[in-house]
Design a protein around this ligand. Structure first.
Ligand code: TRP
Length: 372
């Protein structure tokens, strides 16, 4: 990786992180962190963004900051290598958002596929629907792509590791950068999305086989849950409804257990846990032929998951013993992050010609004009 890269990404603190977050992004972040060779890496808790659709439930956001921070630290993000911070503690981000909002049309925001689908998902205004925006779409929610562009550009991020659903956000950020640079002169850096390479990782389904892991569907496996809790979930996972008897041919397509194996299984896992096979392709072929029971495949998956999650659970336990120090990490990180964002904001204000008090030429010219 080139040394001038700046990596940045974040998550909304609306719940504990699950294994979908892990394979979709967290695992990648830890790999990037450990490979090194970047200029800076930032990982942040997007509480201000979470408030755009949870403004009536600040306590939920507040309580989940520590959950996300513990999840970050427990997967192995290292505060000595990565700046961990809280979005709302960087006031420069809201200031940038305000200036960028001049560069975005209402129609463009309405076309943003992520915003569109989130609005469709929640509805807006149907009475009695707890999820719905009671009295219409809040402006803050509607414009959060602009705030996300501020998050990214404030740190001059070049690489943004995110899930596929965030691609439209990055596209919109790039448009804002181009338009800013065209109007005010070369100031901001164009970011690019870094997506997981494997499609199972890109969109890990819930344990019920539904499209996405979501807390409200109760189909998540959380990073912080115990091996016992996970055992129950793995054993009740959705597989292949046509695979009734062990001897029946099984189907891989849409079989959640195999999707999870695609996301988690490494070549060594066969030698360790199921030496009858030497690769996932071999296991899949045998399953399709018939004769492999679902419970066996689930037990194999469970072993693989436990091997990956156990060190994460252990590390979490350690950090849970000292919550004040976790907040201290976030505070230190937020201070560092603010310095970087303040630097960009001052460049932005200079480019926009609103840095009056630093603009000696402006003051002198006007003094001359009025002095004569
Ligand atoms: N929208 C992201 C999510 O829902 C969180 C986020 C906010 C983010 N700002 C960002 C991600 C900037 C990457 C870069 O998870």
């Amino acid at each position: 990786m080139a040394d001038d890269k700046i990596i940045l990404t974040g998550d909304r603190p609306t719940g504990k992180l699950h294994i979908g977050h892990y394979v979709g992004s967290l695992r990648n972040r830890v790999r990037i962190q450990n490979e090194g060779g970047f200029k800076n890496m930032y990982v942040f808790i997007a509480d201000a963004q979470a408030l755009t659709d949870n403004f009536d439930n600040p306590e939920k956001v507040r309580q989940n900051i520590i959950e996300v921070a513990l999840d970050y630290l427990s997967v192995g993000l290292d505060p000595n290598k990565v700046t961990l911070f809280i979005q709302s503690q960087i006031p420069e981000l809201t200031e940038l958002t305000f200036y960028y909002s001049n560069l975005v049309t209402v129609a463009r925001l309405q076309r943003n596929p992520t915003v569109k689908s989130e609005i469709a998902l929640r509805g807006f205004g149907s009475e009695g629907d707890e999820q719905a925006f009671g009295s219409g779409i809040p402006v803050g929610f509607f414009t959060y792509p602009i705030s996300q562009a501020a998050d990214i550009t404030a740190f001059k991020a070049t690489d943004v590791p995110v899930g596929e659903d965030q691609k439209p956000m990055l596209e919109q950020a790039v448009e804002i950068v181009r338009s800013f640079n065209r109007i005010y002169g070369e100031t901001l850096v164009e970011p690019k999305a870094v997506l997981p390479s494997n499609s199972a990782c890109m969109r890990l389904p819930g344990t019920d086989g539904k499209a996405k892991m979501s807390k409200s569907l109760g189909n998540c496996i959380y990073l912080s849950e115990t091996a016992d809790e996970m055992h129950k979930k793995v054993m009740s996972m959705y597989t292949d409804p046509l695979h009734v008897n062990v001897s029946d041919p099984g189907h891989i397509e849409g079989n959640t257990v195999f999707t999870y194996l695609d996301a988690f299984c490494k070549p060594d896992d066969f030698g360790l846990y199921w030496p009858d096979f030497s690769s996932l392709d071999e296991l899949k072929a045998a399953y399709e032929k018939g004769g492999i029971g679902d419970v066996k495949v689930k037990k194999f998956l469970e072993k693989i998951l436990n091997a990956e999650l156990e060190p994460i659970r252990q590390r979490r336990k350690e950090y849970e013993k000292d919550i004040p120090s976790v907040y201290e990490i976030l505070k230190k990180g937020s201070e560092r992050a603010e310095e970087a964002a303040a630097q960009t904001l001052s460049e932005v204000k200079k480019a926009m010609r609103i840095d009056y008090f630093n603009d000696r030429a402006l003051i002198e010219e006007q003094a001359r004009r009025y002095g004569d």
